[in-house]
Design a protein. Structure first.
Length: 292
């Protein structure tokens, strides 16, 4: 099969053709500008690829509820030009089955199908990049519910050591996304993560916020594995040790399992060389094909 896959991110749109075995056959990316500029380029890409289906893993919030009149649309996103954009509907002219879910659910599906999460049924995936999103799998099924998880907007306690008075989220002064996303690093320190590798205080603070979020998600969902991806995690060598250390401190011996005793194996980085999202999108498309 030729599985069309679109990982629709806030910074770039990645288009690919994959097979059902987790191989990316070809791939191209386009900057995310406005729907009017971006969507025609994506359509033109897939129109020429002779695909059997299309899976879309899209930034959100987005309507992923099948049967909903706004299914496939972006909702109240901070990316204002994309509000109410009918992303899935734009590709109906391809005349192939279309699957639609969030970008972070795509990454979760990619990792649980082909990557480090494939032997688990209860997994949480966080993308920490331009924004922060979460995909949650319980007993092998994605959690959608009322809409889809927005665990990137869980509220955290701000550190007294934080030079910012509040985070960068337009809706919440102290949510996970607003305190930990890539733009928050730039606002707080004046530089991006690559330029801050040698600044220990940067990663201590970042680790504190991520560890809080990991404690919260563990306490609510009780996953067997937590996977972290996204651009901020490209500095995992300096960041993850802080997360593990402060996770242990914040847990304070309360939840005692093999995972909490060894957070190095519990809170891990993505394993598919940043292809987890595009591979997950391909699986989303394949499932739509099988359903139809």
């Amino acid at each position: 099969m030729r599985l069309g896959a679109l990982e629709a991110g806030g910074t770039k749109m990645v288009c690919a053709v994959c097979d059902e075995n987790g191989n990316v056959l070809e791939q191209e990316s386009f900057p995310t500008t406005t729907p009017e500029e971006t969507l025609p380029k994506l359509y033109e890409y897939f129109e020429k690829k002779n695909i059997d289906c299309l899976g879309i893993a899209c930034f959100g919030p987005a309507d992923v509820r099948e049967g909903s009149p706004t299914w496939g649309k972006v909702l109240m996103t901070p990316k204002v030009p994309w509000r109410n954009a009918d992303v899935a509907g734009y590709f109906k002219g391809l005349n192939v089955p279309i699957g639609f879910d969030t970008d972070v659910n795509g990454s979760l599906i990619g990792e649980t199908t082909f990557g480090i999460g494939k032997n688990y049924k209860n997994v949480v995936y966080f993308t920490i990049g331009t924004g922060v999103g979460a995909g949650i799998m319980v007993n092998g099924e994605l959690v959608h519910g009322m809409l889809h998880p927005e665990a990137g907007h869980m509220l955290l306690s701000m550190s007294e050591k934080d030079p910012m008075k509040q985070g960068v989220c337009f809706a919440h002064p102290n949510c996970f996304e607003g305190l930990c996303c890539g733009p928050s690093l730039i606002k707080r320190w004046g530089k991006g993560g690559k330029e801050l590798v040698d600044r220990k205080e940067v990663w201590e603070l970042q680790g504190y916020y991520i560890a809080q979020a990991m404690i919260n998600i563990m306490s609510v969902v009780s996953p067997e594995l937590i996977i972290l991806g996204g651009g901020v995690m490209h500095q995992a060598d300096v960041l993850l040790p802080e997360v593990w250390k402060q996770f242990k401190e914040l847990n304070n011996g309360y939840i005692q399992t093999e995972q909490t005793k060894d957070p190095e194996k519990y809170i891990v980085c993505q394993s598919l060389n940043d292809n987890q999202g595009i591979l997950g999108a391909a699986v989303i498309g394949q499932k739509a094909y099988e359903k139809n």
